[in-house]
Design a protein around this ligand. Structure first.
Ligand SMILES: [Zn+2]
Length: 429
């Protein structure tokens, strides 16, 4: 099973100075930054997915600046991402339309012809047909027929199929080395199977299962089983936006050949607890919580409090500094963890992170958080990892602070997940 990383300009500055908290001297955004496959010793994925919705254009505002967008279109995805085929042979450079970005529009803003042009300019090896998300998904035994679903749902199904029919035809201009992927959207396992049969008949040999982000693993399993049963064995399956990555065995059992996700990176700073990943001795993924020490001068919560006269900014900076020093001293074994936790929690208390007003509930929440952080500092997980993030940054990767630390932690997670996947593949072989 191939793991494709869905990029959204996830790079770090390799010269970032953690102590001064600033970028390397003269750093130019993107040019001097490094993507995970550049920063880490080994690329932690088998391919990269770029969504039109992330790149953006005149129709949909993306994450790229106008200059980046122009360079991307001019140079192609591989040069822009510095992910050359020579260095990463067999890697997938995959494109999709990013259906989530236009989910509220009556129909996709992209047509088959301009999508093919986008994939052609970008030099993609694989590209998805322009699909339209369907949101509701039937429970087992309660599957609705096409005549029973709302008109909008049926229309989204039909638009996705119609676009796929136009796309496979238009994609012929990209030559035989480009692999068109037909996207499956449906409201139930049977409707997804119908969609898959339709796409296979159009000539697709690679199908991408869409709309699975909000689904439970049981629903994904059911959808995959129905799709797999309905299409010939030579048709490959890709799972779009697969967040439940602990369930690798489930999807592999249903004949999925590739999936894309941002999960390992995103959970480093979006998850409340599972920020820093490790593998247990038995090969399971387990997690540590990163220690929140936000930048006092840039933190909006603190800014607002200062404006309201509830906290003095000088005081906040003193607390921030003590918290950082405490954690670093633990890493150097200069102080015990209780001393460091006192400083971390004093800063937390000043931030009143939970906006808890009742003193007793506030004390409870502080104690709970303190115990979670104690585990992180006691176990010293950064010492057990040999990836570049941990080797160079040590405990800095465990500090939840700014993009350079948070994304580094995300890259460490990609490294851990990649090892996990490699072992899984070795076991499955
Ligand atoms: Zn690491």
């Amino acid at each position: 099973m191939k793991f494709v990383f869905a990029d959204s300009l996830d790079f770090v500055d390799p010269a970032y100075d953690f102590i001064a908290d600033r970028n390397g001297a003269g750093r130019a955004v993107h040019r001097d930054d490094q993507f995970p496959h550049e920063f880490l010793d080994v690329a932690p994925y088998d391919g990269i997915l770029v969504s039109r919705g992330i790149v953006g254009d005149a129709l949909i505002l993306g994450k790229y600046t106008e200059a980046q967008l122009m360079r991307f279109r001019r140079e192609g995805a591989r040069r822009f991402l510095r992910y050359p085929k020579e260095r990463f042979p067999d890697s997938m450079m995959m494109g999709d339309c990013g259906a989530f970005t236009y989910r509220n529009l009556p129909e996709p803003p992209y047509r088959a012809a301009d999508t093919v042009e986008f994939y052609g300019d970008g030099g993609f090896t694989h590209g998805c047909s322009p699909d339209h998300l369907i949101f509701d998904f039937d429970d087992q035994g309660a599957e609705r027929l096409p005549s029973e679903v709302p008109e909008d749902t049926r229309r989204r199904f039909e638009i996705t199929q119609q676009n796929a029919a136009e796309f496979i035809h238009a994609a012929k201009s990209l030559g035989p080395r480009f692999v068109p992927m037909g996207v499956i959207q449906g409201w139930s396992a049977p409707s997804m199977a119908d969609a898959a049969v339709g796409l296979a008949k159009m000539g697709y040999n690679y199908l991408a299962v869409g709309g699975t982000v909000p689904l439970r693993i049981e629903q994904i399993r059911r959808a995959l089983a129905a799709v797999r049963d309905a299409v010939p064995q030579h048709v490959r399956l890709h799972l779009l936006g697969f967040g439940k990555i602990e369930q690798l065995a489930d999807i592999e059992r249903h004949g999925v050949t590739s999936f894309d996700t941002t999960s390992p990176l995103m959970r480093a700073f979006k998850d409340a607890r599972k920020n820093y990943w490790v593998r247990s001795r038995t090969g399971e993924l387990s997690y540590y919580t990163a220690i929140r020490i936000p930048q006092a001068i840039e933190n909006n919560r603190l800014k607002n409090k200062a404006l309201e006269g509830r906290i003095n900014q000088e005081e906040a900076r003193t607390l921030e500094k003590a918290a950082l020093e405490g954690v670093r001293k633990v890493a150097r074994r200069e102080v015990g963890i209780e001393e460091a936790l006192d400083a971390v929690m004093a800063y937390w208390d000043a931030l009143n992170w939970d906006d808890e007003v009742s003193p007793s509930r506030r004390a409870d929440s502080l104690n709970r958080q303190r115990r979670i952080y104690a585990r992180t500092l006691e176990d010293r997980p950064w010492e057990g990892c040999d990836c570049r993030v941990c080797r160079e940054g040590g405990v800095e990767a465990l500090i939840f602070r700014n993009s350079n630390r948070n994304k580094r932690r995300g890259m460490h997670n990609l490294h851990v997940f990649h090892q996990h996947l490699c072992d899984f593949r070795a076991d499955a072989a």
